[in-house]
Design a binder for this molecule. Sequence first.
Ligand code: ATP
Length: 323
Amino acid sequence: MIRVSVSYYIILNEFAGGGRVKTLWPEIRAVLDERQINYQIARSTYSGHSRLLARQFAKQHADDAQPQTWVVLAIGGDGTLHQALSGLDSAHLNNPIPVAYLPVGSGNDFAKGIHMASNWRAALNQILNCTAANWLTIGRYYDTNKQTSGVFTNNVGIGFDAAVVTSANSASSKHWLNRLGMGTLSYLSAVIGVFYNQMAFPLTVHVGQRRDIYANAYLVTVTNIPYFGGGVKIMPPASVNDPNLDLIVIEKPNIFKLLYLAILLLLGRHLKSKSVHHYHEAKLHLIAPSIEYGQVDGEEMGGRYWDTYFETKKYPFWIDPTI
Ligand SMILES: Nc1ncnc2c1ncn2[C@@H]1O[C@H](COP(=O)(O)OP(=O)(O)OP(=O)(O)O)[C@@H](O)[C@H]1O
């Protein structure tokens, strides 16, 4: 067995999973101590703190000669991983610090997407027993209106899914439903509310020399993995080993079509529907001239006009899902 000695900079989001992480942390720490793992802990004390912690850590280690001495380990859900990766990437290191992620949030779509174990102890072994960084595809976006950029492991959504994320996060019931392990219910009630309020919007998809114009776009998601929204398999063929991104554009359905699409989605056959459009590209440019909600890896982006470029890059992950 090859042994590789790395130290972990743990970014702990005790609020993820509706507070489940706070309860689990003593058990996780016991495993780390029993295995004599070298680690430092930084707690996320406010929303957005994980990004700052990762960025500061990366800057402090910018001159490390050995790139794989440290691993930044995000303990939480997709949002915590998103923030840790964003902070690391924003430091622009020549030798990027590998990122790992213990999926103990509510949705954990990225973990499902890369086939990590669903049991946290087994997932932790896939990190602690990893012997080399695994370079996976991540997405990058550039918003020309705001002149800001960012990275994503999972997806960027415009319209319906983003409005659902915004609505579910602001619902007072989210916290206790999460505590009861019924986080999906908070999304379900948000889906129903958003269906009645979200309007169709015009969208231009610019790929190479081609421009496709949709007058009634409704759900627009650029995805790097099969899942979004806490386990919904929106793009079965998507893979982090593929250098391309997938774009799905769904035009506004009526209630009957929506139910039909929901059934097709459950059967994994929705990509065959005429109102579902699919692109598989390394570079995409999306333009939506109305203010639409956005979500990135389940985190709210707020409402904005969209004139946004998407592409992919590779980032080292300290996770071996084959273990
Ligand atoms: N100290 C904190 N107080 C309140 N919120 C925090 C704190 N630290 C981080 N957060 C926020 O917690 C939110 C939830 O984290 P995360 O997305 O990782 O968990 P989750 O929602 O349970 O999981 P998933 O995204 O996989 O469904 C993130 O939006 C993050 O900004």
